[in-house]
Design a protein around this ligand. Structure first.
Ligand SMILES: [Zn+2]
Ligand SMILES: [Zn+2]
Length: 345
């Protein structure tokens, strides 16, 4: 079969590899679509990426092609989504429903294995997955559903952890209306009564934000923080989701968060800020709680799928053939993909 692999740091190739053999508890999925994420670009350029010849792709949906001997509850031909977090399912956080911080499969500093960032992922004709990491998609189209596994899941998790601030009358800022941001915005619109401000450096992406229900949109420039503060009588946004995480967006996020606000860093852009325990020199107002967000729980994933089935959220996609995967990466890096790029084998 054909697969898009990292050959070595910085080098991608679409090449022939064997179709995976499945074990008794595994399922062979014929991939219908696999989304491209900035994390893929990040690992591609990691100077010491430790896993050469790995198939990328952690946003995968497709049809069940073959069932392992012990697998029940799934049928050949059924449309499925590959859940991102391959946790143990039995440790204390897992049984508490916090499988994205699994003890056994992740631990304090690592994260549980994720297909396409460790085990082979979905940018291929087939992927093998343990049956318990598959979510039935029902009538959703698996060609475009793959991004629900990350671009949908990750914002849902971040938003679910900030619901105490997303009350009617509150204001929320979404920084970055790319793959994750445009889904986060729709989830906020569908599940909260907050006023939504979308901020991006691209007018095209702000247009997408308006289509998906942003109440206010700002092109990011040196006045953005002042504009957000002006909209909120100088108080700031009750919740801020930074879906980019580069230094300018982190700076903006800390300047516009309100007292007692929920400050959430979701994008892995490498930005940082200084947190001073000494309140007199703090860069953020009183009471702000800051959270880095990784992936999401199985429950978050179900909620995303249900919202998609109801038509309340949808993935804006640009489709490429698997053979054009290297071009898709170039377009993503150039920032010219609206919504999510999807590879279709
Ligand atoms: Zn991702
Ligand atoms: Zn666990």
């Amino acid at each position: 079969m054909r697969a898009l692999q990292i050959v070595s740091a910085g080098v991608l190739e679409v090449r022939d590899v064997p179709v995976p053999e499945i074990g008794p508890d595994e399922v062979l999925v014929k991939v219908a679509g696999a989304g491209l994420c900035h994390s893929d670009v990040h690992v591609l350029h990691s100077p010491e990426w430790p896993l050469p010849n790995m198939t990328l792709g952690h946003e995968t949906a497709g049809h069940v092609a073959k069932l392992g001997n012990d697998v029940t509850g799934l049928a050949e031909g059924e449309a499925v989504l590959v859940y991102l977090v391959w946790a143990c399912g039995v440790c204390r956080p897992c049984i508490e429903g916090r499988d994205n911080v699994c003890i056994n499969a992740g631990g304090r500093d690592a994260m549980p294995p994720c297909p396409g960032l460790g085990p082979d992922g979905g940018m291929a004709e087939y992927i093998k997955v343990k049956a318990r990491y598959l979510e039935p998609l029902g009538d959703l189209d698996p060609v475009t559903a793959g991004p629900l596994a990350d671009a949908g899941l990750t914002p849902m998790h971040a938003i679910n952890g900030a619901r105490h601030r997303l009350t009617p009358g509150s204001t929320v800022a979404v920084i970055g209306v790319g793959g994750l941001g445009h889904m986060g915005l729709q989830i906020l619109k569908a599940t909260t009564g907050a006023r939504i401000i979308a901020i991006d450096s691209s007018e095209q992406k702000l247009e997408i934000a308006r289509e998906h229900g942003a109440d206010e949109t700002f092109l990011s420039d040196s006045d953005t923080a002042a504009k957000v503060l002006a909209l909120t009588d100088g108080y700031g946004a009750d919740a801020v989701f930074d879906f980019v995480g580069v230094q300018p967006t982190v700076d903006l996020a800390t300047k516009i968060i309100a007292p007692d606000g929920a400050l959430r860093f979701v994008g892995l852009g490498g930005g940082s800020f200084t947190y001073a325990a000494d309140s007199l020199t703090s860069t953020i107002p009183w009471g702000v709680d800051v959270r880095r967000s990784y992936g999401g729980t199985r429950s978050d994933q179900r909620q995303v799928i249900e919202l998609a089935k109801l038509g309340k959220i949808s993935v804006e996609t640009k489709q490429y053939s698997l053979e054009d995967g290297i071009q898709a990466f170039a377009d993503l890096e150039a920032g010219i993909v609206p919504g999510r790029a999807i590879l279709v084998p």
